[in-house]
Design a protein around this ligand. Structure first.
Ligand SMILES: Nc1ncnc2c1ncn2[C@@H]1O[C@H](COP(=O)(O)OP(=O)(O)OP(=O)(O)O)[C@@H](O)[C@H]1O
Length: 303
């Protein structure tokens, strides 16, 4: 399997504090990889290492199958990034800001109109940046990161501080990039709700460690509703259900089942009663993706 980004046991410590601990990122071409975790989880530190802005304490980073420490210049020529608040000349227009950067990068002038069109800022091209909203500034930052037509785009919390319409604009913009330009995108956020509608893959970090990495569908699957049955003897009840070929789990006086029909629940209750087990209550629990995310990052068990 070929990955666009692959880290092996990537770690970074600051003094005694381990900010990033054995992270194994696996990101394929064309993915929108949502890099999630609460504040202080280690996202920015990881991203800074990917971009060669910070040296790992240990572990390796490969981008386009090449080692970042050995091939940094060639790799970064194909990577665009927006890390922290981008800096602009406020008294210059959007176009002039991009022109200043274009000269440094040595890309053709026509590219400025192209990137302004991608981020839908063509109408504001000749307006001074000091009058821009935060959302417009972020889109200009993305335009700047796209100037050299990168294959990989790394965005650190691009929706931070934006209002809902600003978030939607960025989301729509990012969603188009892989399909239209073949780009691979890493986007970090501390809010699942900001990225769950665009990410195809998610990596969740907590306290420097990767605690979940899979497709967004796999994450949704784990958000399926469960049925909990509170009984007098969960262990015995669970045994009798298993003996009847019913898949269940038990913990602390509760039997839990994956989502099932009313008929199946009735059948299960019947089995339990026949075994002489008291059924105290039957509850269905619907978990949102946000619940799952919170549970993963705080380590609290819902059952
Ligand atoms: N230059 C530094 N020196 C010392 N400690 C640092 C440094 N950079 C980050 N840290 C520490 O490393 C940990 C991870 O920080 P990091 O900024 O990577 O988290 P994050 O997930 O990006 O959080 P946020 O969403 O707040 O940006 C934090 O405890 C932070 O205090």
């Amino acid at each position: 399997m070929e990955y666009i980004v692959q880290t092996e046991n990537l770690s970074k410590s600051f003094g005694k504090e381990q900010a990033v601990s054995n992270i194994n990122l696996k990101i394929r071409k064309g993915e929108i990889y949502g890099f999630l975790g609460p504040n202080g989880a280690g996202k920015t530190t990881t991203i800074r290492m990917l971009l060669g802005l910070m040296k790992p304490s240990s572990g390796t980073i490969k981008i386009f199958q090449k080692d970042v420490t050995k091939d940094r210049i060639n790799i970064l020529a194909k990577v665009g990034s927006l890390v922290e608040n981008p800096s602009y000349y406020p008294h210059l227009t959007a176009y002039e800001n991009l022109e200043a950067l274009r000269k440094i990068l040595g890309v053709p002038k026509s590219r400025i109109d192209e990137v302004l069109a991608i981020v839908r800022l063509k109408d504001a091209a000749n307006k001074k940046v000091k009058g821009f909203s935060l959302g417009m500034k972020q889109r200009l930052g993305i335009a700047a990161s796209l100037l050299h037509n990168p294959e990989l785009l790394i965005l650190d919390e691009p929706t931070n501080g934006l209002d809902p319409s600003g978030i939607i604009e960025i989301r729509n913009l990012i969603k188009r990039l892989p399909a239209e330009y073949g780009m691979t995108i890493i986007i970090s956020s501390h809010l699942l709700s900001e990225i769950d509608q665009m990410a195809t893959q998610v990596g969740i970090v907590s306290k420097g460690k990767m605690i979940f990495q899979d497709s967004i569908e796999a994450m949704r699957k784990s958000a399926q509703p469960k049925v909990f049955i509170k009984v007098s003897d969960a262990e015995k009840g669970w045994r009798s259900l298993v003996a009847h070929g019913i898949k269940a789990e038990h913990k602390e006086g509760l039997i839990s089942l994956d989502e099932c029909s009313d008929e199946k629940v009735a059948h299960i209750v019947q089995i339990l009663v026949q075994e002489g087990i008291l059924v105290y209550r039957v509850e269905e629990e619907k978990r949102s993706l946000e619940d799952i995310f919170l549970q993963m990052t705080t380590g609290e068990q819902l059952i």
